[in-house]
Design a protein around this ligand. Structure first.
Ligand SMILES: Cc1cc2nc3c(=O)[nH]c(=O)nc-3n(C[C@H](O)[C@H](O)[C@H](O)COP(=O)(O)OP(=O)(O)OC[C@H]3O[C@@H](n4cnc5c(N)ncnc54)[C@H](O)[C@@H]3O)c2cc1C
Length: 288
């Protein structure tokens, strides 16, 4: 279908983009990669009168370690994660995630900022950012503020981004050498959204799990942290039993809805399988 008519705006600076948001209010939408927004416009689920394309604003596309954080500019494309040596060597969870998103055509344009700003529990980065304890940097009329990932997702397609805000950066604490992560998702076919997904970042010291983050994809109305599973694991030695218990807890605590990808019972069962599998991969990576 063809979207409604709209004005196409191309600000060259962040203040200019923010003042456009202030001017046009609810009638305006930010455009990044366009791979969530444009399909919604074609289906007329979104009918913005003004599209504010931020792709001409310099300085929003980067991957760098600085001040104890991996910093990712909001306009960084999925393909940049796939092609980065830093990500390949030090952040396997991000590489796993990027590779499982859609297809190369989508990944060439889709941005990490857009993936998070969309606030869709079916997207893959939210769970990964929960596992990594990321923070989201937001720039608005009053300047910059940082929101922890646990406070970022507020509801169905609703985030801590307010009317005149732009997501500008994602900050991830640099993991220690005894920490590693993984992301696994079950999809009906390559490129599909997850039936269910699990992201795990784990730290292991002398055989003991000292920290763990677990995020789940598409099994709750908003991206979900498997908090009880995390609590079960921390402070324990690695064992099949504790991994099975944590996987079972995630399966009990999630809230999947039945749809074309499967019914609730099936999705809960898949969460148990995926948490177990992802934890094992992350643990192996952390110890190698
Ligand atoms: C065929 C297909 C398959 C896909 N499969 C997957 C998949 O398996 N997994 C997955 O995770 N995703 C998938 N996607 C979604 C894709 O990754 C999206 O592009 C991504 O979720 C949104 O990023 P974007 O840059 O395209 O954002 P856009 O579509 O440009 O924007 C999405 C929303 O976020 C807002 N927004 C964007 N950037 C900002 C910003 N910096 N600040 C404030 N608001 C902003 C927009 O106004 C809009 O409401 C798929 C898309 C397609 C078309």
């Amino acid at each position: 279908m063809i979207p409604n008519a709209f004005e196409y705006l191309t600000p060259k600076t962040l203040p200019e983009a923010i003042s456009m948001l202030q001017q046009y209010g609810d009638e305006a939408k930010i455009l990044s990669g366009g791979h969530s927004l444009i399909p919604m416009m074609k289906l007329r689920f979104a009918t913005p009168e003004y599209l504010i394309d931020i792709n001409d604003i310099p300085g929003l596309e980067y991957l760098k370690e600085e001040g104890g954080f991996l910093k990712i500019g909001a306009l960084t494309r999925e393909v940049a994660l796939e092609e980065s040596d830093l990500i390949t060597n030090n952040y396997p969870i991000l590489l796993d995630t990027a590779k499982m998103i859609a297809d190369p055509q989508v990944r060439n344009l889709a941005t990490i900022g857009g993936n998070l700003a969309h606030g869709d529990a079916a997207n893959d980065h939210p769970a990964t950012m929960l596992a990594l304890n990321a923070s989201i940097v937001i720039t608005g009329p009053q300047g910059e503020r940082t929101v922890g990932i646990d406070d970022f997702f507020e509801g169905l397609y609703a985030t801590a981004l307010r009317a005149n805000d732009i997501l500008t950066e994602i900050k991830i604490p640099i993991p220690t050498t005894s920490s590693a992560g993984a992301y696994q998702k079950l999809e009906r076919k390559v490129g599909d959204y997850a039936t269910a997904g699990a992201a795990v970042q784990v730290t292991v010291e002398n055989g003991i799990i000292t920290a763990v983050g677990i995020g789940l994809t598409n099994v709750n109305a908003i991206p979900m942290r498997a908090a009880r599973s995390e609590e079960m694991l921390v402070g324990n030695a690695i064992s099949d039993e504790i991994i099975a218990q944590a996987a079972q807890a995630a399966s009990e605590d999630c809230n999947p809805s039945g749809d074309l990808r499967g019914d609730e019972e099936y999705k809960r069962a898949m969460v148990a399988v995926l948490v177990k599998r992802t934890l094992k991969i992350a643990l192996e990576r952390a110890q190698s």
